[in-house]
Every structure is written in structure tokens, then in C-alpha cells.
Design a protein around this ligand. Structure first.
Ligand code: ATP
Length: 361
């Protein structure tokens, strides 16, 4: 039995069913992200675990105990919200102490726990400041300390980094992950930011329209997307439209050329339309940009450079191939001229890199 169990949970607001038969087991100490587009129901799932919403049907268990109908303060969960949910009229120390005071813990215990928490988030010097005197990143660390002060069994994080600027986001996500590991606390993290989910999580749940489309490690979800939605939502993709030549051997016609896909083309017949996709790191230019690319087993498509975006360490190149386009990443090389729009090029990739998205049946 998993430490936290969400069993066939459904949530309906009026006539709208926003969470549909959602089942998930989260192991003790696991860091799990709910990733999905706006409105897919991830916050509603989190709020049902916290006890701020009741499921229309289904059961939620924490550490073997049915908590489905318990109030939030009876569940022993800590929650951090999107932004600035600190009490503005309380100091940092008072904010961290809040839950312990409500629980009527002895004063000495509260003081030592608050000191411990402020040391843990490395902000003991800010104890007497008010939230408005702290930066956004500091406020979110205080919110984390407040959530952890009562030693919850489960930590729930609702897009806690989304209001912060890019550099703070990255450093705070590392800090949250390190703290979570050190405490071994079971955590659910809600985000629509795929980079955050992939970089922080033990497992990611990709949600779409109230359902879990795929549950897996970041590696599995990115490299073996179970559905076209997951493939498109997690990472960047170039989609190529083609025709099946022979499903058994994975031969597909793309424009005038032929490629081979080593992943299965389910039940496709010769002549069926199909879509395949490539990650930007899978394809390379054969003229020297993007690494060596020779070898008989590679697929090769001729095209013309259509666009070049300089992103810093990475240069993203879009290559037009008849009616299709492939975006690929090359590393910046300060000693060589970057690829030029209009130049004829050959793009190559392995059969194993070709993701098969769908087939006509
Ligand atoms: P976001 O990233 O934008 O927060 P989300 O994936 O977390 O999106 P939810 O906040 O769970 O999505 O909302 C899912 C759906 O449920 C949305 O269509 C939303 O409008 C609806 N919804 C959420 N809360 C309520 C409510 N209290 N009453 C009615 N509809 C609601």
C-alpha cells in the first residue's frame, strides 16, 4: 500500500467534471509532480488532498488512514501556495509559529521549533522582519518553513515558484528538493512548468482534462511519451506528416524521402497517413553543425535552413523539408560561423529517435 493513496477520485463543480477517475499511489518520501496545462485539474487534486475541496466520489488515504472527509487541520498536511500567502501583519517568526500556536503547543517548544525552521531555511536573521521587508524568494522560504513547522506527513506545493524571477526559481527549486530529501517528506508539487517538473521530481504525472495521461520518471515521460498529448506537452517537438510504407519494418515516406522508425506503428497499412515526431536534440546537421552524424543506420532528409535562434549555449535551427519542418539544437561554437538561413542542409537522426504519434487505423 502506498503512503498516500488517491483512489478513483472524481470532482464535479456544477455540471463540470474537472477531475475524472483519478487514481495514484505516492510512496513515502517520494517527490511527485502534477504537470499539465492550465485548467487540467491539478490544483483541484492538490486541494482535495489538502482537504480544501471534497471529492464528489473516491477515497484519499494518508499513511493507511482514510482522510477523505477530514478537515484540513485534521490531516497533518503542510501546504505552500503560489505566492505571498504569508500573514502580512505578522513577523517572519510569528508566521512560522502560527500553526503551532493554533495547536496550543507550549511556548518553549514553539520557540525552539521556530528557531530550528529558520535555521533550516537559512534565514534566522530575518525573524523579526515583516513579509513586505523580505524578497519574494525569502517569503516563499518562510512559507515553506511555516508549512513544515508542524512536522506534516505530506507536503503540498501549489506552484510555489511561479511568481519568482528566473534565477531565484532555479536556486529555490534546488533548495526545496534538497530540503525535501533531507526530511524525507512525501511531497506533491503542482506546476505547469515542464522544466521544473522534470528537474525536481522522482515521478511526474502528466495531466490532461482531469485525467492522468502518464505517470513515470522524468526520463520515461520525456523519452517514451505514452500519448501524443504527453509528447507535445513535455518538451519541444517537430511533428512530421508522412505515409506508412511498411508498418512491420517501420518504413515511412516523408515528402519524397523515406525514413525508418524503430518504434511500432500499430496496425497501420501501407498508404495510411501518420505523424512522427523528433526532439530537437535528436536531429543533427550533417554539414558539421551539431556533431558527427555519419552511419548507415541513420535517417537523412534534405532541406533548407529556415530560421536560426541564438539562445546562448544552444542555437536552435529550423530546417524546412518540403511541407515539413524540423527544429534541432546545436551547441554554440564561438569559433565557427553559425548556420545561415537559406543554406541547403542534410538533417539526420536514428530510427530510434523517431516518436510515432498516431496512425490512421
Ligand atoms: P491552473 O494551472 O490554471 O491553476 P489547474 O490545472 O490547477 O489550472 P484547476 O484549478 O484544478 O486547474 O481547475 C480545473 C477546472 O476546474 C477549471 O476549469 C476551473 O475553472 C474549475 N474550477 C476550479 N475550482 C472551481 C470552483 N471552486 N468552482 C467551479 N469551478 C472550479
Amino acid at each position: 500500500m502506498a503512503f498516500l493513496e488517491i483512489n478513483d477520485v472524481r470532482k464535479q463543480f456544477g455540471v463540470n467534471v474537472v477531475v475524472k477517475g483519478f487514481t495514484l499511489g505516492i510512496e513515502g518520501g517520494e517527490f511527485l509532480s502534477l504537470l499539465g496545462p492550465s485548467g487540467c485539474g491539478k490544483t483541484t487534486v492538490l486541494r482535495m488532498v489538502a482537504g480544501f475541496e471534497s471529492p464528489t466520489s473516491g477515497v484519499i488515504r494518508i499513511d493507511g488512514k482514510d482522510v477523505t472527509n477530514l478537515r484540513p487541520n485534521q490531516r497533518n498536511v503542510g501546504m505552500v501556495f503560489q505566492a505571498y500567502a504569508l500573514f502580512p501583519n505578522m513577523t517572519v517568526a510569528e508566521n512560522v509559529a502560527f500553526g503551532l500556536k493554533v495547536a496550543k503547543r507550549p511556548a518553549a517548544e514553539i520557540k525552539s521549533r521556530v528557531d530550528e525552521m529558520l535555521n533550516m531555511i537559512k534565514l534566522p536573521h530575518l525573524a523579526d522582519r515583516y513579509p513586505y521587508q523580505c524578497s519574494g524568494g525569502q517569503q516563499q522560504r518562510v512559507a515553506l518553513a511555516r508549512a513544515l513547522a508542524q512536522k506534516p506527513k505530506v507536503l503540498l506545493l501549489d506552484e510555489p515558484l511561479s511568481a519568482l524571477d528566473a534565477k531565484i526559481r532555479v536556486s529555490l527549486r534546488e533548495e526545496i528538493r534538497a530540503l525535501q530529501r533531507a526530511l524525507g517528506i512525501t511531497t506533491i508539487f503542482v506546476t505547469h512548468d515542464q522544466e521544473e517538473a522534470l528537474s525536481m521530481s522522482d515521478r511526474v504525472v502528466v495531466m490532461n482534462e482531469g485525467r492522468a495521461e502518464q505517470v513515470g520518471t522524468p526520463f520515461e515521460v520525456y523519452n517514451n511519451p505514452a500519448t501524443p498529448f504527453v509528447a507535445n506537452f513535455v518538451g519541444t517537438l517537430s511533428v512530421l506528416k508522412g505515409k506508412v510504407l511498411d508498418a512491420a519494418s517501420g518504413r515511412i515516406q516523408i515528402g519524397k524521402s523515406e525514413i525508418v522508425a524503430s518504434r511500432k506503428l500499430f496496425q497501420a497499412s501501407p498508404g495510411d497517413a501518420c505523424s512522427v515526431a523528433l526532439r530537437p536534440e535528436a536531429a543533427v546537421l550533417e554539414n558539421g553543425h551539431g556533431g558527427a552524424a555519419n552511419g548507415a543506420a541513420r535517417n537523412r532528409l534534405e532541406g533548407t535552413i529556415d530560421d536560426v535562434s541564438f539562445l546562448g549555449s544552444v542555437v536552435r535551427v529550423r530546417v524546412k523539408i518540403e511541407d515539413n519542418a524540423i527544429s534541432l539544437d546545436t551547441f554554440n561554437n564561438p569559433n565557427a560561423a553559425p548556420p545561415q538561413p537559406g543554406a541547403p542542409v542534410v538533417v539526420s537522426f536514428t530510427p530510434n529517435d523517431v516518436l510515432v504519434l498516431d496512425n490512421a487505423r
